[in-house]
Write a protein that binds this ligand. Structure first.
Ligand code: VGL
Ligand code: ZN
Length: 237
């Protein structure tokens, strides 16, 4: 009888000790083994750009504030050649936001956007990430798109990001930026595939939402263990 009570008490203590940080301390504290990934916060994806995402610029102050909580910050830039295969203008008779089959699979066609070296492809002027350590450029091969910061759309060519993060002992990534349902989702899914713990900070993203793509992306991310959180879940100064 007494032994049973003790066992129960022990089990309860064990559970308490193992509670996730969200529970135990109220807020997540990303440490040395976590990285903030800031996806494609570029002029092309905000008002006045070539592929504006509704409310895109609103993520900028949220991300700036979040960055103070991270020792490791990685930034990405969508970085296409002129005449890139993901541009509708490169396919005779095709309109933007339609889909075609390329040799690596289905490809949504976009307006010309984020062309290498243009002002349109520059990071948003109010993005303030002085501690960022790496900028990954992606989609720079004319024939292959890359929504993901980890792997190009042929699903074969790595960007090198997984190796970089692993070499630095990083185990967890927090993904923010544009757009939730394309580059953010693909990045978070590929982070899982590469063995990282992955969070998407929802209010630090905005979506394109093309034919239900946003709901589909959240569903897929949930199925792969990507955790959906808000910026207020993270301890900032
Ligand atoms: C993106 C469409 C085309 C993104 C990039 O950053 O989500 N979306 N290129
Ligand atoms: Zn693109």
């Amino acid at each position: 009888m007494q032994r049973r009570t003790l066992l129960h008490a022990g089990a309860a203590l064990g559970l308490f000790a193992m509670a996730p940080p969200l529970f135990a301390a109220g807020k997540l504290k990303p440490g040395a083994r976590a990285a903030l990934i800031v996806v494609d916060v570029q002029n092309c994806f905000v008002d006045g750009g070539t592929l504006p995402v509704k409310g895109g610029a609103e993520v900028v102050p949220v991300i700036n504030k979040l960055s103070s909580a991270f020792e490791n910050v990685v930034v990405t830039q969508d970085w296409h050649t002129p005449g890139h295969a993901s541009f509708a203008s490169a396919h005779a008779g095709q309109k933007a936001f339609s889909s075609v089959k390329l040799n690596y699979g289905d490809q949504v066609l976009w307006p010309d956007h984020c062309v290498q070296g243009t002002e349109d492809a520059a990071l948003h002027k109010d993005l303030s990430l002085p501690t960022a350590q790496l900028i990954i450029r992606k989609g720079f091969r004319k024939g292959i798109d890359s929504y993901s910061a980890f792997e190009e759309a042929d699903r074969k060519t790595p960007t090198g990001l997984a190796g970089y993060l692993k070499a630095r002992g990083i185990q967890t990534v927090y993904v923010t930026g544009l757009a939730t349902d394309f580059c953010v989702a693909w990045t978070a899914l590929d982070a899982r595939k590469a063995g990282f713990e992955a969070y998407v900070i929802e209010d630090a993203t905005r979506a394109i939402d093309l034919n239900g793509s946003l709901a589909a992306a959240w569903k897929q991310m949930a199925a792969k263990g990507v955790k959906r959180i808000q910026s207020t879940d993270i301890q900032t100064a």
